[in-house]
Design a binder for this molecule. Structure first.
Ligand code: SAH
Length: 391
């Protein structure tokens, strides 16, 4: 196996089990590895410290193991078996729910890999060249771990891999191919478009927060802003909302929301969906909404975009504070990893202050247990939200 040697002192973060090695930490390599190759990492004292996937870029090595072990099918089976056991412990796999994240990258000690499960189909995404190269091995390991429960594996990495690597990324089935595209979350059904949908087809990470919203929906007029597949909308309807309006700038998202609401509540006149820009919609809206959900896309994809992102959150939330009815409930989220929960809260604080409304924090929300955070990798925390009562 090719060897990478670190500069003096650069092993410190690895001693604390942080799984990333940046290019600046590397002293030399005994031989240049190919992108995605498994390499062993040594300290400047020539001591073994980690094994990981090599990649060209700022993060040069994604650590897979701090023990000297082979990275083969059996390695992936061991890691996947633990991940599967964690999900069984959380209680997300039963008749009422067959949608969950099975592998959350570093959170499951598999940096660069994401797997979401929808019924008997797993959708796998590689975020590193190493995981891309290993996709067939991982697919076999996954089938061995999940057994009969798994009929299809769809591989989808067109948009998640570094395009410079020129790997000829493609989407397609690694197992099976005949799928029922309807999955179940907390007893509600929805279509998953793994082929063309964003991420793996559905935003699995809002499951618990949608369930909480259901409790607040009774008799309310609901605006689900940035609705995508309409997840929050059909929970609001089950919770007894008086009306539910779903808004997204993408026509495809609007079609999906309509189809999903129809699947659960056929011919229900309480729901309407609008393909429109969020700011434009909120500027001119006249419906007296008293439950608003704001779940925008990541405003800051990188640290450099932070300032503008925070301004964006403030502007958006301010609009909601200005328009929401007295006694209204606001569910507001940020999924930008670069924005931490204090920064997000400060942005919402500023918005509240600008609107002059009395605002109470009722709940502080985060990503669910099937999106675990590796304690040694705090960067894995990304989703945060607030539920607010607006007097
Ligand atoms: N709440 C959703 C996930 C939202 S993802 C869920 O529970 O699944 C963010 C969505 O915001 C995407 O569907 C995207 O199309 C939409 N979007 C992005 N920019 C927008 C804008 N300016 N106005 C309205 N929608 C926008």
């Amino acid at each position: 196996m090719k060897r990478i040697f670190l500069k003096r002192g650069k092993e410190e973060s690895l001693k604390r089990f942080h799984p990333w090695i940046f290019s600046g930490a590397i002293q030399h390599m005994n031989e240049e590895p190919e992108e995605g190759e498994v390499v062993e990492v040594f300290t400047s004292e020539n001591e073994y410290i980690a094994t990981g996937h090599f990649q060209i870029g700022s993060i040069m090595i994604r650590v897979l193991s701090f023990n000297r072990e082979a990275i083969d099918q059996s390695f992936y089976e061991r890691r996947l078996a633990i991940a599967f056991d964690v999900r069984r412990s959380i209680g997300v796999i039963d008749g009422e729910n067959n949608t969950y994240r099975l592998v959350h990258g570093e959170g499951d000690n598999l940096s660069g890999l994401v797997i979401d499960v929808y019924g008997n189909t797993a959708v796998m995404q590689a975020h590193s060249v190493g995981m891309h190269r290993e996709r067939a091995v991982i697919a076999k390991a996954l089938k061995n771990v999940m057994g009969e429960e798994l009929k299809n594996i769809f591989y989808k990495s067109e948009t998640t891999l570094p395009f410079k690597a020129e790997l000829g990324q493609e989407n397609g089935f690694l197992l099976g191919g005949e799928t029922d595209d309807v999955a179940i979350e907390n007893g509600l059904r929805f279509h998953v478009d793994w082929l063309k949908g964003q991420k793996t087809g559905f935003f699995v990470d809002q499951r618990d927060n949608r369930k909480l919203l259901e409790r607040y929906a009774k008799g309310r007029k609901v605006l689900n802003m940035f609705c995508y597949t309409g997840g929050f909308s059909f929970y609001a309807m089950r919770g007894g909302a008086e009306l539910v309006h779903s808004v997204d700038s993408s026509q495809k998202a609007i079609d999906l929301s309509r189809a999903n609401v129809e699947l659960n509540f056929p011919n229900d006149a309480r729901h309407e969906a609008y393909a429109e820009d969020a700011f434009r919609f909120m500027e001119k809206m006249e419906t007296p909404y008293d439950l608003i959900i704001l779940d925008p896309p990541a405003f800051a994809k990188h640290k450099d975009a932070l300032r503008n992102a925070l301004k964006g959150y403030t502007r958006l939330n301010r609009k909601a504070f200005e328009k929401i009815q007295p006694g209204g409930i606001l569910f507001t989220f940020s999924c930008s990893q670069a924005v931490n929960k204090d920064q997000f809260r400060a942005a919402v604080f500023t918005a509240a202050a600008q609107s002059g409304r009395n605002v109470r924090i009722l709940h502080q929300l985060h990503q669910p247990a099937d999106h675990p955070i590796n304690i040694y990798h705090p960067e894995g925390e990304y989703l945060k939200g607030l539920v607010l009562y607006v007097e």
